[in-house]
Ligand binder design. Structure first.
Ligand SMILES: [Zn+2]
Ligand SMILES: [Zn+2]
Length: 421
């Protein structure tokens, strides 16, 4: 059982007076105030590093806090420890004959599950266990953007979680955690946002992780795919058979997992039955021969069946794949990773894939630890960002959990993303 200090509760007689010490004296940042009418308590949270202090004031003489104050005076009231699985934690404690106040978890503030341990079993301290509510994954519906003659639709294969440290390479957590708050296992939420293009042909760019992942992988990556590419394409009004071209930025599982599917007889086959799959030759060769460093991301079942069924087209260089759509090699992330440029009516949109996985990766040196050739990423990114600002490219983010599209703007030498609704 792993516990993390969530907050320390302190009973006070006068909330406003106590702020003079905790806020003004100690300089702690005031977080949210909270009224808990059922407990006849008013609470004020103050941030103290990764944990917080909770000041508790009674709002009625029959409040548990009023009783505590009458008996013991102001001071430490309880500590709250966060656990990943509160039921398992209670069971673990019961087996050790720990006296519990709550045998079953109750619902606390912000939908969290909470339960108290009796002070007699905790050396005089009232201990509250808390399991935070997992945000219910909100499905991301398809969004359409018209770019000249080409309709661009963002289609979602849901979300997954990757280690925040690995996602930001050498950038210290104290910087990235503000932009991408990690979960209790240090993972950050990432979209798997693919692109559907309707122009001269109907094209899908990347296809998310798909449905073939094992239970172990699901545990590692915490997939939120209740709403996935199948639903998204349906909501965009496109049947899988209508897709004529599937284009890969590269063959990592979070981009190419959805290229194939498991058939009823257990065999694996291309998922889009009428599509030609277009892959860069260098990427194909690397993905067919994973090494110790890359084998965690390259799974042959995601793409080998394409060659077996004769639906694979390899492209050697930067080229147009259909009118208005061309690929450009970036290298860096993988040797042959490519981005997709969509051009029509004098405008350009760019599907940035893992060159710029999220909006937080905008600073040039915020390069993923996953990148095989980070200095190549840096070189390409430096030139590309300049070009994107000058030519006002619409950037389409594959992994940003919130931002599907935006322009890179520059003001007073500082760059930022102007989100497109
Ligand atoms: Zn990748
Ligand atoms: Zn990726």
């Amino acid at each position: 059982m792993k516990v993390i200090l969530d907050h320390v509760g302190i009973a006070v007689t006068d909330l406003d007076a106590s702020l003079a010490f905790f806020r003004d004296g100690l300089g702690l940042d005031v977080e949210r105030p909270e009224d808990v009418p059922s407990q006849r308590v008013r609470a004020q949270f103050l941030a103290a590093g990764s944990a917080s202090l909770e000041l508790l004031e009674a709002t009625s003489p029959d409040s548990p806090i009023a009783k505590f104050l009458a008996k013991r005076g102001p001071g430490l009231h309880h500590i709250t420890l966060r656990v990943a699985d509160i039921r398992a934690a209670l069971q673990h404690l019961r087996e050790r004959n720990v006296r519990l106040i709550d045998d079953e978890p109750r619902t606390g503030a912000e939908g969290a599950s909470v339960a108290f341990i009796h002070p007699s079993s905790a050396h005089g301290v009232l201990v509250e266990l808390k399991q935070v509510a997992r945000d219910r994954p909100t499905p991301e519906r398809p969004k359409a953007i018209q770019l000249g003659d080409i309709e661009i639709v963002t289609v979602s294969d849901g979300f997954f979680y990757l280690d925040g440290g690995a996602m930001f390479g050498v950038v210290p957590k104290i910087f990235w955690e503000k932009k991408a708050p990690p979960d209790e296992r240090n993972r950050i939420r990432m979209a798997m946002r693919c692109l559907l293009l309707r122009g001269a042909r109907t094209m899908l760019i990347d296809a998310g992780a798909g449905d073939k992942m094992s239970a172990k992988q699901a545990e590692i990556y915490r997939f939120e795919r209740e709403y996935n590419l199948a639903h998204s394409l349906r909501d965009a009004g496109v049947s899988p058979d209508a897709i004529e071209i599937v284009l890969a930025t590269h063959l990592h599982f979070d981009h190419a997992g959805g290229f194939t599917e498991r058939a009823g007889d257990g065999s694996i086959r291309p998922r889009f039955s009428r599509a030609q799959y277009v892959v860069r030759r260098g990427e194909w060769d690397d993905a067919m021969h994973p090494n110790e460093r890359t084998k965690g991301s390259y799974f042959l079942e995601n793409y080998q069946p394409l060659a077996d069924r004769g639906v694979l087209q390899l492209v050697d260089e930067d080229a147009a794949i259909m009118p208005g759509v061309r690929v450009r090699r970036t290298g860096g992330h993988t040797m042959h990773h490519q981005i997709i440029l969509i051009e029509s009516a004098g405008k350009t949109a760019v599907f940035a894939a893992d060159l710029l996985p999220t909006a937080a990766h905008l600073p040039e040196v915020w390069v993923m630890g996953y990148d095989l050739f980070p200095l190549d990423t840096l070189d390409f990114k430096r030139a590309f960002l300049r070009e994107a600002v000058e030519r006002e490219y619409l950037i389409l983010f594959e992994h940003d959990p919130d931002i599907a599209a935006g322009y890179i703007r520059e003001k007073d030498g500082k760059r930022y993303i102007e989100k497109v609704a």
